[in-house]
Design a protein around this ligand. Structure first.
Ligand SMILES: *Cc1c(COP(=O)(O)O)cnc(C)c1O
Length: 385
């Protein structure tokens, strides 16, 4: 089992983020199988959802992935260095300051408005280039993309005027994580009209959750992100994907406190019994959200129980407010031998990513992309992926 260590010095770091690269590869293969007959790409924006493109992209390439999506030009340049022959799409499109970078690194912008199409046509035309692009169409999210009407009219116009050279048309689902939502069907029908009009190029529609909708949602190329990284793509909260990350924190100190005393800032939580407290070296500056603070801590209403940890086979509740660099857990019920190990699981085999996210009133996406630079990072199974 090959182990690659990066990030903070493992002897000194307050937290340890482990990434199972074999699970990542298995998840991509699983999603590729579910995507058939469509091809399966990978969304690696935001530094591969916080896990590091320099580790994630090589694994996906060797699993067979040939197409990548990122949000920003510089993210595309970083992927290009690792994947010289891959197709790399830029979700956020092009603006006048980014066109040259896109051409130079052979990145494919998803043109999301008529203005962006004009800009790309002008930039490439002036240089005698036929650089590839994709056309983004909004079918119900009101975020990025031409309207369906604009896309169909553009198709007609481009046939005669050859403004740009699209290689793909795409749209994005707003509610794919909720299979019963009526907007899914509506978007599918709208996008079908677009895909038929652009029938000589690829169409791409499904994110992770869209792949699970299957059938007519798959089109030619799927674009999973969160499911690759083991996150849940369904409002039902269950995922068949393998977990990819675990997060463990170093116990800095174990202290004894007396019933009735209070813990952490604001003295928001009074102890209901004599309590053994583990003080743990991960806080909100590490992307462990303050909103996951412990039971009875008044800073939100969503999930009143807050985060939990796991140590020595025991689930332990977080107590008091999460602070910048430190977090407190009630470890009264944990045997002393287990505490001597010096580490506590915050996310991992016992505490799924999505459960930890929910306890902080957020989603796996936000938790993953927020995990900061202070962790030791362990990339496991680089050789088995
Ligand atoms: C982020 C993103 C994806 C990936 O979505 P997941 O839900 O993470 O699978 C796909 N398509 C677009 C347009 C996106 O912005």
């Amino acid at each position: 089992m090959k182990l690659v260590q990066t990030g903070a010095d493992p002897r000194l770091a307050g937290g340890r983020l482990s990434v199972d690269l074999a699970a990542l590869a298995a998840n991509w293969r699983d999603l590729a199988r579910r995507s058939k007959p469509a091809r399966c790409a990978a969304v690696v924006k935001a530094d591969a959802y916080g896990l590091g493109v320099e580790h994630v992209v090589p694994v996906l390439l060797s699993a067979g992935c040939e197409t990548f999506f990122v949000a920003l030009p510089e993210e595309g340049v970083a992927v290009r260095r690792i994947a010289p022959r891959a197709d790399i799409f830029i979700l956020n499109g092009v603006h006048d300051m980014s066109a040259a970078t896109l051409v130079e690194a052979n990145l494919i912008p998803i043109l999301n408005s008529l203005e962006q199409i004009e800009l790309w046509a002008r930039h490439c035309g002036q240089r005698g280039l036929r650089s590839p692009c994709a056309i983004g169409v909004d079918t119900g999210m009101n975020r990025l993309g031409l309207t369906v009407g604009e896309a169909l009219a553009f198709r007609e116009r481009n046939m005669s005027e050859h403004l740009v050279s699209p290689v793909m048309v795409m749209s994005h689902l707003a509610c794919a994580d909720d299979p019963a939502h009526p907007l899914n069907d509506k978007q599918r029908e709208s996008f079908q009209r677009v895909a038929v009009a652009f029938d000589d190029i690829d169409s791409s529609f499904a994110n992770s959750a869209g792949i699970f909708l299957g059938g007519n949602y798959l089109h030619d190329l799927t674009r999973p992100g969160i499911a690759l990284y083991g996150g849940c793509a369904s409002v039902e909260g269950k995922t068949p994907m393998r977990p990819v990350i675990s997060l463990d924190a170093r116990i800095v100190q174990v202290r004894e406190a007396t019933e009735g005393e209070t813990v952490s800032y604001g003295a928001t939580q009074a102890l209901s019994r004599d309590t053994k407290i583990a003080v743990v070296a991960v806080g909100y500056a590490d992307g462990y959200p303050r909103a996951g603070s412990g039971a009875g801590v008044p800073l939100r209403g969503a999930v009143p129980d807050g985060q939990q940890g796991q140590i020595g086979g025991v689930r332990v509740p977080l107590i008091g407010r999460i602070t910048m660099d430190l977090t407190l857990f009630d470890v009264t019920d944990v045997p002393d031998e287990a505490l001597e190990d010096g580490w506590i699981e915050l996310i991992g085999p016992n505490i799924p990513l999505d459960e930890a996210a929910k306890a902080a009133g957020t989603i796996g996406y936000e938790l993953l992309t927020g995990l900061g630079p202070r962790y030791e990072r362990r990339y496991l199974n680089a050789d088995e992926s």
